[in-house]
Design a protein around this ligand. Sequence first.
Ligand code: ATP
Ligand code: MG
Length: 584
Amino acid sequence: MRLSALLAPTLREIPGEAEIASHQLMLRAGLMRKVAAGIYTFLPLGHRAIAKVEAIVREEMDREGCQEVRLPIVQPAELWLETGRWAEYGEEMWRVKDRHGRQFCLGPTHEEIITDLVRKEVRSYRQLPLILYQIQNKYRDEIRPRFGVMRAREFIMKDAYSFDRDEEGMRASYQRMYDAYTRIFTRCGLEFRAVLADPGAIGGNYTHEFMALADTGEASLVYCDACGYAANVERAEAAAPAPAAAPGPSAPAPPVRVHTPNSRTIAEVAAALGVEPRELAKQLFYWAVHADGRQELVAVLLRGDRELNEVKLKNHLGALHLRLATPEEVRAATGVPLGFAGPVGLRGVRLLADAEVMAEPSLVVGANEEDFHLRGAVPGRDFRPDEVADLRLVGAGDPCPGCGAPLLARRGIEVGQVFQLGTKYSQAMRATFLDERGQERPAVMGCYGIGITRTVAAVIEQHHDEDGIIWPASVAPYQAVVVPVNWGDAGQRETAEAIYRGLLAAGVEACLDDRDERAGVKFKDADLYGFPFRVTVGPRALAEGRVEVVDRRTRRVLAVPREGAAAAVQERVEAALAGLAPRA
Ligand code: ATP
Ligand code: MG
């Protein structure tokens, strides 16, 4: 490709709404342009990077024997009514009507469509296992589209669905997809971790998210380098707390009522009483909103230095979602202002306690009396929660639930997710097959997604510097650029043209900077576009019959004879690709 013809307009000004490097660089380097909130046009360089990721995904899916299909984007409401997700999916679902007033949605995902296909076309166990996939635009009317294609409203996803005869088969399919994802993200040059995750609304019970590590990631994860445990913090279990020491021969004294005027927060009470936050109990009030519309007020006790994991609470309660109770609602339910409500003598509210609370010998708790707390409240003696569960947020330094070593924490971008669905969809939609004995059984399913456009952004997030993108050779729109310092110089021009032709002949995806621009401008653009390799054809080296090969990542410059330049670049591209190849 000749850069004089390439539609890759660079931007000097970074649009204010672009907060993170990948978003800024995708605009600055002319990979994409915004059309509406969360909706983008991809220009040639953006399109090529996307196509590279798609090609890697296809290769690895096909290697596992998956079959590519193409499902409709427009999906009839009837299918979603069968699974109950027409109502469940909420505002994120992009709903449309046809001219007859029939309801459809733009597919946010395709479990319903694929299950409908399989129930009609698969009859016998002989047709299973079956894994189908597609690469296609998805539509989600995200409440807050941001970070460019990281959280878009129209984005490209690879979605795959597995159908097996039994649970064991499903687990094998899941493992195949897990392994394929590991190869895909390795080949894309991402530093990532597969973490245990919360199944959420999609159903099923076992799932991993593939997280590209990045400080700008929206997800938090914890992991253990000692035993390999890794989980999204939404899902990370707390290690079982050491049980409370048995009370000594003389039972501890009953709790003491202490005056704590205007001390409502953990910090205020701790300061007023001269104790550490961890010696307090924190009591939170939530409304659990259930699928049938029922609402229930619950109180949750945590150690004062801990945070609630709302996902754990929601799952424990089986609620559709949670809402923090207002101070007025707490007062109405307990008779005291928020901050003074406590577990001792609490009535009429379901009380849940985090397991760690019950392991404390004694705690400071609200006295259920304005301006008072109780000191020395003994869990199990002075108050008995209705339920005890693991409800707290786990963080860096906490003991690993697998082996006890201190956990490490990072932020991550969810680039993919694999799910064991079981029979949730096949039962709801009667996708059954006849087994060896002629018995009708529901197919056991899994589903597997990769955010293609988000993966491109994650690659840039991990591979850039202040000058621009540093593409891994595997996803680079072009792998090399040939830059004659002065296009007007016939010798440089002819050498550059010859090297460019040599690169194309060697199968290197190359560009030629044939623009009549200053050398500085061309070098700057080459850095911004992020070509992994640049061949500079300059007057001095050329006088000696040589050109320079510059590595974008290391900035290392190598002088090579001009006749050997194309081969030198080809060799480096191949070495770079080999470096990204997954270990066998
Ligand atoms: P998130 O939690 O980030 O909203 P999700 O868990 O809802 O994502 P999935 O249903 O698992 O997403 O979709 C599969 C993949 O599609 C995700 O792992 C992610 O890479 C990508 N993806 C999901 N939503 C978006 C979006 N709004 N914009 C870009 N990519 C997305
Ligand atoms: Mg997900």
